[in-house]
Design a protein around this ligand. Structure first.
Ligand code: NAP
Ligand code: MG
Length: 473
């Protein structure tokens, strides 16, 4: 793959820029590749190409769009080993996790979206009108680094199926693996301009896309801070915006909970992907009388989640994405100590590399920085409680509202879940599955991805009144 190219108007073309972004392997610290920091002219070319393509794509029969995406899926599957390999290098994500989760979820996404598409009505008939769902037009998809291909897929697949043209801007930390995803559409023969790929700095290329009057919608996944900027830019043009932002999600353990399940849920969620998951359950609320037993279960298993060489066999956790991220995580760990939290399990990794072992703080108050701010590293904050209502109040005492878990007897867990203000809540170890809508309350975002609700974000609603003149005479 030639990473110095951009995908514009149906062709991989060498960028004319003289600025390139270094992509580093966070485990070896080696330079793996450079990608273009695209010029303004190239961004405008991509926007123009998408605009040229959008009408014909919108008019293309739905079955034909599905057919092209099915071909793209086959090409993506053929490249999947390579893609996983690239994710190991650019993100520091272990090989098995890269294959099973990072790449596997893209393949599942295709299938889930095909399934959802079957039930999606582009036309609905009512007594006095017909409702049409039309593509919004040109969608800018601005993506983060923590799931570098699946976050792209979560936007591109539904946007294309509903008839939009797309311009993808990946994160500058991890722009490489998505080249193969885009190339799968190229190989599938998608009409030129329907999908475009532009690498480059977020504050320049991302902002150009988000603020363009020739872009109709911005679908963004990333930090709340940048999401706010994007919403301002899109707001200038009264453009549609979907924001999938950060989280500080609670795991609420109830009396009667299976503590093995609780330990497993919270460790998988908070420590896998080195804690760099937007839905990570980073605040563990536990009844006072269960605290010691639960902590011991976590202590007994935490070594499995130690960061190591992502190329190693059976490795669960690799590195953080970058040295910059390591510094951020370190500062949070130190702030926890300054705020009076107790480092209950693990040691703070201060090495010069990107490895960071999971740590658990107890004696945490919900108003401490580590309980309020998204860290994006494997740090668990344990908050014990005596009164469930008070615990639920604290679960909700956050600016975020992306996800939560409740661990305990099912009925009680569902009752508690109903009181938690978050978009996706798991009961014990169950998941709602890939076609459930996903998104956040409060500062965790606007809108939903996946499923029918996700599709609805990518369409405009048109109502055409029925002509009842004949009847009224
Ligand atoms: P980020 O810094 O907000 O960046 C996200 C994307 O926005 C990148 O492509 C970035 O480009 C671009 N960008 C940066 N500044 C911009 C600007 N001023 N205008 C337009 N685009 C701009 O987030 P990140 O560090 O990559 O990802 C981590 C964050 O994503 C976390 O907060 C996490 O919670 C969130 N996240 C949320 C979800 C969800 O579904 N809710 C899923 C995954 C991650 P550059 O890389 O070139 O700066
Ligand atoms: Mg990197």
């Amino acid at each position: 793959m030639d990473y110095k190219k951009l995908y514009i108007g149906g062709a991989w073309t060498k960028s004319e820029t003289n600025r390139f972004i270094d992509v580093l392997n966070p485990y070896t610290n080696e330079l793996i590749a450079q990608v273009p920091d695209a010029t303004e002219a190239e961004v405008l070319m991509a926007i123009a190409a998408a605009n040229d393509a959008k009408e014909a794509w919108a008019q293309t029969a739905f079955s034909e769009r599905v057919e092209i995406l099915r071909r793209a899926l086959e090409h993506f599957k053929s490249a999947s080993e390579k893609v996983a390999d690239v994710i190991v290098d650019e993100l520091g994500s272990p090989i098995k996790w890269s294959q099973r989760v990072q790449v596997g979820s893209v393949i599942e996404d295709f299938e889930d979206f095909f399934e959802t598409a079957k039930d999606f009505a582009f036309e609905e008939t009512y007594d006095s009108y017909t409702l049409y769902k039309e593509p919004v037009g040109v969608v800018a998809a601005i993506c983060p680094w923590n799931y570098p291909v699946s976050q792209v897929a979560a936007k591109v697949i539904p946007a294309l199926l509903t008839g939009n043209a797309v311009i993808v801007k990946p994160s500058s930390e991890t722009p490489l693996s998505a080249y193969y995803f885009i190339d799968a559409f190229h190989k599938a023969g998608i009409p030129k301009g329907v999908i475009n790929y532009i690498t480059g700095s977020g504050s320049r290329v991302g902002a150009l896309l988000a603020g363009s009057t020739d872009v109709d919608m911005v679908s963004f996944t990333g930090s709340t801070e940048v999401g706010r900027e994007i919403a301002k830019l899109a707001g200038q043009n009264i453009n549609k915006v979907v924001l999938e932002l950060g989280g500080k999600s609670p795991c609420l353990v109830l009396e009667g909970a299976d503590l093995d399940v609780a330990a497993k849920v919270v460790m998988n969620s908070c420590f896998l992907n080195t804690g760099q998951t937007c839905t990570a359950r980073t605040r563990l609320f536990v009844p006072q009388d269960l605290r010691a037993a639960l902590i011991e279960k976590i202590r007994a298993n935490i070594d499995e989640y130690k960061g190591t060489n992502p190329r190693g066999q059976n490795v669960k956790v690799g590195t953080l994405v970058s040295k910059r991220q390591k510094q951020i995580v370190l500062q949070y760990a130190k702030s926890a100590l300054e705020d009076g939290a107790i480092l209950e399990i693990g040691e703070i990794s201060e090495s010069a590399d990107c490895l960071f072992d999971p740590i658990v703080f107890t004696n945490v108050r919900n108003d401490m920085k580590i309980a309020q701010e998204e860290i994006f590293g494997p740090i668990l904050a344990v908050i014990e409680y005596c009164d469930l209502d008070e615990a639920i109040r604290q679960c909700n005492d956050t600016t975020y509202g992306l996800a939560a878990s409740v661990i305990g007897p099912e009925d009680a867990a569902v009752q508690a879940a109903k009181k938690i203000k978050a978009g996706s809540i798991r009961i014990n170890d169950n998941s709602a599955g890939g076609s459930a809508p996903f998104g956040g309350y409060k500062n965790s975002g606007i809108g939903r991805e996946s499923g029918i609700y996700g599709f609805n974000e990518f369409v405009e609603i048109k109502v055409i009144a029925k002509d009842n003149t004949a009847k009224s005479h």
